[in-house]
Design a protein around this ligand. Structure first.
Ligand code: GAL
Length: 652
């Protein structure tokens, strides 16, 4: 059972405001300027020491904490809290030189060399020994430091090093498989090894899915993903155990990456590991950029069970790692920050405090840019700090449950996008965000929830590309509908079980009865093909050859070509509820009218006045309403005032 804690501090509730702080990149005298400017901006907290291992332990066993003492004291003297990193994210050169066996190996057998960051094998016992020694030293030294308010384990675990195909990983993978399957027979069954002469006679024959002559075994690939997440969780637990032992009163967390296409860690049960949820988010340019931000913040808030969470990193403006790094436009700094707050974050923190002068991230924006404090950026940061101080009443409030939910499932994301499928064009998260955009267009709030969440209180549940449906999930969804819920799902849902084995007898096996339909064959579309529907929308990517039950209503049919006259969108009354199906990719514009119909049939209406629907996003925390301008134009809120372009109103 999860117990939420928060950064250790006393005083009235407030929203925390801060950044990653990397003072080791600057001469000592700059630190004084830093804290002066932090005070001016109203910074309350910094994450410190994330990449400091080489400075803290310049040689094997020789620790140098003097400079960090100095920084912590300086910050404390200026009332700034420290979320202290365990500094283990990136091993120093002396360590990898002495122990090259900690370097990861990619699937082609190439070594991942030092020179960047995070070049360590999650299964390396040697790495763990050195890293845990550092954690123990740090925790011992700073246990009583009054600035210490939280521990920040490593950094974005798995960001660059999640998949390691070394012999050490192979050994750990075998042990993991042994505890999952117990017997060779069970593994052979799960992996379907009767296929292509893959039958294993002994655990020692098993390898990670290294580069192979053709498509590697799909269940082996899935299990390797699951294993790789578990290994990192185990590593996190090892650091946490030391921190708990030495500093039981200090909460421990690590920053998740619920953001865009970052898909390698299934965070569904990671929330049980952290004392409070922390997340990093960066936007990608594009028409759904803001919707994606809201989607990620929403999912993070629901991973946290509706409790406040901590936005550990986002950017004040451009990043440095996209093909073109777009600067934020006026209003976006506040709007992005407040959208995270609207979805439950009680903190607004950035990567990073002072823009680097050297190194790979010198073009990444920061709170204090190269131009210095006399800059539009710094003035905007100061203004944001002031605004957040005025929103202290938001701190501690919980997300208010929405009238609808979108199910998010990492297992389906992984499985649906594997190779050797009906199409390699399918993108799981894009479909989910498209549905989210359609909810925003309708002005109806939807919670983006992990697949394990209870669905019973949601009148409407959308499950986009819920590809993996184990028997118990199939039963849970069917019961949800029987008991009066309205479920909507899409193409390529309910196709396989947890072993990636097809449900037989017509797709989608576990949902056939509830949906009142049966699919015998998928008919994916080529890039230049489209499927016209008779409701005026257009499908791409996918179609299904559907047979419907007599009592299934066809809401839209295909209009042209081979598929002409066949059902495209259906709805089936089942028990006290209904189950809807969308067999093609409609995109946000096509989903919008289809969703509107599903919502109206389910009796779900917008909480916004008609003229605001679509233009404004509504998010609610207890009695606080956030109205987020989705447009670049001002919006009149009537008695509630006026929203600036890209503006956010927070109303009580
Ligand atoms: C994050 C990382 C930070 C910084 C940032 C840049 O993934 O945790 O250290 O690199 O990206 O956007």
């Amino acid at each position: 059972m999860r117990t939420t804690r928060w950064v250790r501090r006393s005083g009235a509730p407030r929203l925390e405001f801060g950044a990653d702080y990397n003072p080791e990149q600057w001469p000592r005298e700059v630190w004084d300027d830093d804290v002066r400017a932090m005070r001016e901006a109203g910074v309350t907290i910094v994450s410190l020491g994330i990449f400091s291992w080489a400075r803290l332990e310049p040689a094997d066993g020789a620790f140098d904490f003097g400079w960090l003492d100095d920084v912590l004291d300086l910050l404390h003297a200026n009332d700034i809290l420290v979320d202290l990193a365990t500094a283990t994210a990136s091993p120093p050169p002396w360590l990898t030189a002495a122990h090259p066996e900690i370097l990861p190996i990619d699937r082609n057998g190439n070594t991942i060399w030092p020179g960047g960051r995070q070049h360590w094998r999650p299964t390396s016992k040697t790495f763990r020994t050195y890293a845990l020694r550092l954690v123990r030293e740090l925790a011992t030294r700073y246990a009583e430091h009054p600035a210490l308010c939280a521990w920040h384990v490593s950094n974005e675990l798995g960001c660059h090093n999640i998949y390691d195909y070394s012999d050490e990983a192979a050994q750990a993978f075998r042990e993991w498989l042994r505890s999952r399957y117990r017997t060779m027979d069970a593994l052979n069954h799960a992996w379907g090894t009767a296929f292509w002469s893959q039958h294993y006679g002994d655990w020692s024959e098993i390898l990670p899915p290294r580069i192979a002559a053709t498509q590697p075994n799909p269940t082996q690939q899935l299990d390797f993903k699951r294993f790789s997440v578990d290994v990192l969780r185990d590593y996190y637990r090892a650091e946490k155990a030391i921190l708990r032992e030495l500093t039981p009163d200090i909460p421990v967390t690590t920053n998740f990456m619920v953001a865009g296409a970052v898909k390698d860690i299934d965070y569904t049960d990671w929330v049980d590991e952290v004392d409070f949820v922390a997340n990093d988010h960066y936007r990608h340019p594009g028409p759904q950029s803001l919707d994606e931000l809201s989607f990620s913040a929403n999912l993070t808030g629901n991973l946290a069970g509706g409790e406040p969470w901590f936005l550990m990193e986002h950017s004040t403006s451009a990043v440095n790692w996209q093909p073109v790094n777009v600067a934020k436009r006026p209003g976006e700094l506040d709007r992005d920050s407040l959208t995270h707050v609207a979805h439950g974050s009680d903190a607004v923190s950035f990567f990073q405090w002072r823009q680097s002068r050297a190194g790979a991230e010198k073009y990444h924006s920061a709170m204090l840019p190269h131009a210095g404090t006399d800059s539009a950026m710094f003035r905007s940061v100061v203004a944001l700090g002031e605004r957040l101080r005025g929103l202290a009443f938001v701190a501690g409030t919980r997300r208010k449950k929405a009238p609808a939910a979108i199910i998010f499932d990492w297992q389906s994301w992984w499985a649906a996008e594997q190779d050797s499928h009906p199409t390699d064009r399918l993108l799981y998260r894009r479909e989910a965000v498209d549905w989210y955009t359609a909810f925003l267009n309708a002005g109806v709030r939807a919670d983006v929830v992990p697949v394990t969440a209870s669905l019973t209180d949601y009148p409407v549940v959308v499950a986009p590309i819920l590809h993996v449906i184990p028997a118990d999930l199939g039963a849970r969804l069917t019961t949800y509908v029987q008991n009066g819920g309205h479920l909507v799902t899409t193409y390529f849902s309910g196709i396989v079980d947890e072993n990636d084995h097809i449900w037989l007898g017509g797709y989608p096996g576990p949902l056939r009865d509830a949906l009142g339909l049966r699919i015998e064959e998928f008919a994916p579309l080529l890039d230049d093909e489209q499927a016209e529907l008779d409701n005026g929308t257009t499908g791409t990517l996918w179609t299904d050859r559907i047979e419907v039950a007599p009592d299934t209503e066809v809401l839209a049919s295909y209009k042209t070509g081979e598929m002409a006259g066949r059902p495209a969108v259906t709805r089936h009354p089942f028990g006290a509820g209904s189950a809807g199906y969308v067999s093609t990719r409609l995109g946000p514009d096509g989903i919008t009218p289809v969703l509107a119909e599903f919502l109206s049939r389910a009796g779900v209406t917008s909480e916004l006045p008609p003229d605001l629907r679509g233009r404004v996003e509504l998010a609610v925390r207890d009695n606080v309403r956030f109205l987020i301008n989705r447009t670049d134009d001002p919006i009149d809120l009537g008695p509630d005032g006026r929203l600036a372009p890209r503006g956010v109103a927070v109303l009580r």
